[in-house]
Design a protein around this ligand. Structure first.
Ligand code: NAD
Length: 247
């Protein structure tokens, strides 16, 4: 079993003094809830495909059935998943700072389930479905043999309301995330490989504006060398430990 790294006293002391904290989470934050990250090998039926080949508008145009079915499989994983101690600790941590912005690249809604309020979802939410032509969110549709099911308003394919590779992020959410990164005193980058832009730019915006950078990830990333603190362990262990140290 992996041990949680020691939380440096200097970090705890800094955190006691600051008012503005921003947190960016990625797929690693939900790994301990049983949702595989994109870099972890896909299993079973889907092992022959890489997510980069499935989570794109091109893949959907070429084979909408395959992409819909892959998301149906991931949606089922997400529906069964529960927040882990890392999600729960983040919801608690938010209460300790006057300004706390939680930004996530995850599409699983587990931060909200853990009690986090006002989560900036950069990449949408897999539990929502939208029309692939008009973009409107669709709550109900009649099941037909067609896969993906047709939009009840215009008949185009339905698709998950997530941001695929090569698609633009929701502008207002991104603007709020960038503003939080630019104004925070401490920036946490948790469970993200820091390679998918523009989310990967956020810690570097924080660095340029003088924030203290804390990375929580068992593996090094392109951010590691620039981080002030690297807590190299699973977020489900490190975050509860950090919360205890702050108590
Ligand atoms: P990624 O898959 O590229 O990287 C995951 C990172 O998490 C890696 O750096 C890995 O070392 C780290 N990690 C693994 N286990 C960890 C743990 N227990 N604690 C802390 N860190 C851990 O994920 P990404 O950077 O978020 O980018 C891929 C994109 O895929 C995301 O933007 C997201 O939209 C999508 N995605 C979402 C989910 C989800 O909603 N749960 C899952 C997979 C992919």
């Amino acid at each position: 079993m992996t041990a949680a790294p020691q939380i440096p006293l200097r970090l705890v002391e800094s955190l006691r003094k600051v008012d503005r904290v921003a947190v960016l989470t990625g797929a690693g934050t939900s790994a301990e809830s049983g949702i595989p990250t994109f870099r972890q090998a896909q299993t079973g039926l889907w092992s022959q495909f890489s997510p980069e080949e499935l989570a794109t508008p091109m893949a959907f145009a070429e084979n909408p059935k395959r992409v819909w079915e892959w998301y149906a499989w991931r949606r089922e994983l997400v529906t069964k998943a529960r927040p882990n101690p890392g999600h729960l600790a983040l919801a608690q941590l938010a209460r300790r700072f006057p300004q706390f912005t939680l930004i996530t690249q995850n599409v699983d809604g587990l931060h909200q389930q853990a009690g986090s309020q006002e989560v900036l979802e950069l990449h949408g939410n897999i539990l929502r479905t939208k029309c692939s032509r008009e973009g409107r969110v669709v709550e109900k549709w009649t099941d037909t043999p067609a896969v993906p099911p047709p939009c009840p308003h215009c008949g185009a394919h339905l698709r998950p309301d997530v941001v695929w590779f090569h698609e633009a992020l929701p502008q207002e959410t991104l603007d709020r995330a960038m503003a939080a990164a630019a104004s925070c005193q401490v920036f946490f980058s948790i469970g993200t490989s820091t390679v998918v832009s523009p989310a990967a730019d956020l810690p570097f915006i924080a660095i340029r504006n003088g924030a203290v950078i804390v990375e929580i990830n068992p593996e090094p990333t392109p951010l590691t060398e620039s981080a002030d603190y690297v807590l190299a362990g699973p977020s489900g262990m490190v975050l509860p430990e950090l919360l205890t140290c702050l108590a």
